[in-house]
Write a protein that binds this ligand. Sequence first.
Ligand code: GLA
Length: 384
Amino acid sequence: MQESKVKDAFETLFRKDYRLFSAPGRINVIGEHTDYNDGFVLPAAIDKKIYLAICPAGDRSAHIVSVDFDDAVAFDVDGAQPDLPHWALYPYGVVRELQADGHEVGGFHAVFGGDIPTGAGLSSSAAIESAFAAALNELFTLNADRFTLAKTGQRAEHNYVGVRCGIMDQFASFFGKEDHVIRLDCRSLEHEYYPLQLKDYRLLLIDTQVKHSLASSAYNARRQQCEDGVEAVRERDPSVKSLRDTTLEMLDEHKPLLGEEVWKRCSYVVEENQRVLDACAALLRGDTEKLGALMFLSHRGLRDKYEVSCKELDLLVDAAEETEGIIGARMMGGGFGGCTINLVNRSALDAFRQKTSDAFFKAFGHHPLFYDVNTGDGAGESLT
Ligand code: GLA
């Protein structure tokens, strides 16, 4: 549906031949706020995507149309940065970061849109970056590999959007594989695919539809606290480069130096890294119950120690914990709103949806949205 909307808009607006690219959003089973701490994550690409129709312009001008925002921008690829609406900072940042890597990016006509809910913690922004990075790489024969392109998207987010995100979202958007989750070591970028076999269980996302405007500054503040923690530990132990190199014992030992709040943030990260490894082992054993239990623990850490949850997310996780057949749930993504991810027995699905929807409405006056999740493949070109 969204794909044909993008194609139709391109044909109407530009009346030219084009190539079609897409890049998916992602879920994350476990491992939150660990990526920028050189830790482990367990994401998967989903079957909801950004679609991008694009062709070279033949000159140095870029024209980008967003179907979803019903808006358009134009800029000179060699010129100074113009005033741009927020959505355009993502593709603009990708162009600039490709150039910063020494690539020759020409002008282009592009139309994009998608079906990834925005602000839901499903990384629609990383999908925009990945779609443009993949497309410009092909269009101008830049010959960059997928690792480099994922990092280009991440840098666009740091330098043009202002969020100092980790690599998880862009990596999942490029490297996703249907029916698999990716265990990614964010330090080495070594990754391994695990079949997502959940037996009688399904993954269900519940979207609070809450979007906090301060989420990106709070995100950067958390990252800063982790860096402060590393800095403090490093004063005594210079071999420590990131929280990946620390243990709970080390953090306890340095607690007076770190202070209570930084200690809480750092110890959450160390514990969450271990939970990702335990979750992978559980997946391999087919122990879905253990995986679910780890998800509940992850939520507790995010709520009490990392403090990135909110009352809407907590209500959803509490409801899951109280319901028979829901064996795991936690907030997903950066936090302060967005979705919870739930591990739900198929037989409990309908009753759980009803019950949760009612409880949520009673507390907050609006209903949450439910998304059944299917995993999907990473970014690439498709036939027009
Ligand atoms: C956002 C960021 C990711 C990651 C998550 C939290 O999605 O873009 O890099 O840090 O939050 O795990």
